[in-house]
Design a protein around this ligand. Sequence first.
Ligand SMILES: Cc1ncc(COP(=O)(O)O)c(C=O)c1O
Length: 429
Amino acid sequence: MSIPVPPKGATSHPSIPPKGATSHPSIPATRATSHPSIPATRATSHPSMPDTKPARPFFSSGPCAKPPGYSPSKLATECLGRSHRAKIGKTRLALCLDLMREVLGLPDTHRIGIVPGSDTGAFEMAMWTMLGARGVTALAWESFGEGWVTDAVKQLKLDPTVMRADYGMVPDLDKVDWDDDVLFTWNGTTSGARVPDGEWIPDDRRGLSFADATSAVFAYDIPWAKIDVATFSWQKVLGGEGGHGVLILGPRAVERLESYTPSWPLPKVFRLTGAAKTDAAGGIVGGKLAEGVFKGETINTPSMLAVEDAIFALEWAKSIGGLEGLKARCTANAEALDKIVAHRPWLGHLAPDKGTRSKTSVCLTVEGADEAFIKAFAGALEKAGAAYDIAGYRDAPPGLRIWCGATVDSADIAALGPWLDWAYETVKG
Ligand SMILES: Cc1ncc(COP(=O)(O)O)c(C=O)c1O
């Protein structure tokens, strides 16, 4: 099987099978010269290995590389073995929230809380507690956005308008109907395509904006006034640990929570308000927001070790200049990878448009490669200790995905180039 490779600088994009398809059938190459599939099983050639390996070959798109200089022995451990509701636990949770607010530049208008279930938990909590009050538009251009569509259609039995785009692309954002609540993924981690900015979200929207921002926060400017709900988890740009989600609520989301009660049952881990009440007219209205959640009184027991790990990452972020420092590192990494791609005709970007191309989860096409080729390619690099976890996501077209978030060093991205050549030659045979 072969995969299409967009010519460098092309504005069109490779055709991708419709969502739900399980395989990625061959598509004619767009170049004049076609490139037959590479027999991945014939790894007969033995090109010599480059001299220098990336010092930290951690390029996974989540969990991502730990911050430079990280060691578990550097974590504060005084709160471990204590109740998270003791003063020491609450103080550390509150510190973590304060640091996130500071580094994100989150205004006082927005609340921020730590919730169960990683980013998925946080986003589903938002969907389950707030959707159903008005129409829903769900945007999907890769696997995770598609997951929220499935939730909306099959679990919540809503009838959303679904706007899709192929892997590498984003839908026409100007066509979104903001009378609806709108679900979207700021950065499509499995396709390397992202929204360009927040300009397409109107200030006078009637619906709420729900941003799954897990591989976007700490890497891009997020215009918070345009965001009613945002969620993320620590194991992406911060290089933290999985398990906990972070939920950000703007004032209009709080208003929704307090004025609306969904028709479906809510498990305890999703409940953000007290018991619903009956109003004077006999209608059911939502209860008051559980403000404690946004002060460090978590719904259930958090891992304080993961919290300390996040505090370490946030303090590192502050030490390099906060959000500006994080963004600069992401940009330098993405540029270092761009240089590698520009010099290799067999490598291309899955997202052809630079304006909507991810600077964190960068997805690459490899000329002629199929799943087996990518498996052998990534496997060879892992075995050599030169790059870990760079095969594309299982639902994406076969290719590479190289994390360029802030915890990766750009010298390591640069050192990757000759290793990609080595793996390509080795597997091509
Ligand atoms: C865009 C996006 N949404 C959701 C998730 C799921 O995140 P978690 O594993 O933290 O629940 C991921 C994970 O990679 C993601 O990249």
